[in-house]
Design a protein around this ligand. Structure first.
Ligand SMILES: Cc1cc2nc3c(=O)[nH]c(=O)nc-3n(C[C@H](O)[C@H](O)[C@H](O)COP(=O)(O)OP(=O)(O)OC[C@H]3O[C@@H](n4cnc5c(N)ncnc54)[C@H](O)[C@@H]3O)c2cc1C
Length: 293
């Protein structure tokens, strides 16, 4: 297995995909059957989300194992510390290391909507930097990715404070930053400039989510605070929601976005797949063509 610090020193853009564990046994089996599609592309790693709500947490490491065995590329678990104790974090880390995993995406997790004071009442970890420091102290077997927010985190009053907090995670031992999704590259480029000005030198990897159904993206962006440019929004709502025409606009936009980011020298593209293999096929193939071309 290869650590982030080695993956991102290769002399080429790194292409990675994020998937999530389905909630049901049937969904999990269905995903396992289809995951071999990913073998068609020379992906550098596949990351697997962690259900902060709890429902699918046990499945994250199982799915990472399947990524190793079925796709043959490094699988990277996400982990969220919200509500976790030191013992439960240690147990997860030890299980990951025992499985041969050598990278982790470490996040605080979202505050439950029904309990806005949760952070202050949280058990052993209040913020991402505390989790990163704990992982770093507990094991040297895991390279750590942390989240970055080009348009600001929904809880941050401004980007300046977001960058300050990002720097805390970097100083605590993060190896790379993967960003929240965004549809306007100027947000990412401004965020990257501000991070560099703050002394952040680790790779900052843009996270890109293809639009296949605009209503779905509206829901996701309303939660994470990302914005959709007006001209893109107008083009999408002129089509039937989820129609092939809307998907074609969405995929084409994401490819244009990726082309521009690669020209701006990003270290790689991280694709939020939403477990949609059609999108993965079109997008990973398209991004590979951009990288090779
Ligand atoms: C790449 C990526 C992958 C993700 N994967 C998952 C996943 O698998 N499962 C999941 O549930 N969620 C996931 N998320 C969502 C993430 O859990 C939320 O965005 C969460 O609200 C923030 O996590 P964080 O570690 O980035 O938070 P933090 O860095 O802790 O920041 C959270 C907020 O607290 C503020 N803050 C940070 N440190 C301090 C401090 N020391 N003092 C005061 N304020 C501070 C920040 O400015 C920010 O507003 C992912 C996000 C990204 C970008």
């Amino acid at each position: 297995m290869v650590k982030f610090s080695q993956i991102y020193t290769q002399n080429k853009p790194i292409i990675s995909v994020e998937i999530f564990p389905p909630k049901t046994e049937q969904g999990f089996l269905h995903l396992s059957e289809r995951m071999s599609h990913l073998q068609a592309y020379p992906l550098d790693f596949v990351s697997v989300t962690y259900g902060a709500g709890g429902s699918t947490q046990d499945r994250t490491l199982d799915l990472v194992q399947q990524v190793h065995t079925q796709v043959g590329v490094p699988g990277v678990p996400h982990f969220t510390s919200i509500g976790a104790t030191r013992e439960s974090v240690r147990a997860f880390l030890d299980a990951a290391v025992a499985q041969g995993i050598c990278n982790i995406v470490a996040l605080r997790g979202d505050i439950p909507a029904h309990d806005p004071d949760f952070v202050m009442k949280a058990r052993d970890f209040r913020y991402g930097n505390e989790l990163v420091a704990f992982i770093h102290q507990h094991t040297d077997q895991l390279d750590i990715a942390v989240g970055g927010y080009p348009e600001g985190h929904p809880e941050s009053p401004d980007l300046a404070q977001g960058i300050e907090h990002l720097k805390l995670k970097v100083d605590a031992g993060a190896a790379i930053i993967i960003t929240q999704l965004f549809y306007d590259n100027s947000h990412f480029l401004r965020f990257r400039d501000r991070a560099v000005q703050a002394g952040i030198t680790i790779p900052i990897v843009p996270g890109i989510m293809p639009i296949l159904k605009f209503s779905q993206i509206q829901r996701i962006t309303s939660l994470c605070g990302a914005t959709v440019p007006n001209d893109l929004r107008a083009a999408l709502i002129a089509q039937t929601d989820g129609s092939p025409e809307q998907q074609a606009i969405g995929i084409d936009y994401t490819l244009q976005q990726s082309r521009h980011l690669l020209a701006e020298g990003v270290p790689g593209i991280h694709i939020y797949s939403l477990n949609n293999w059609q999108a993965v096929n079109q997008l990973v193939g398209g991004v590979q063509d951009l990288v090779q071309g």
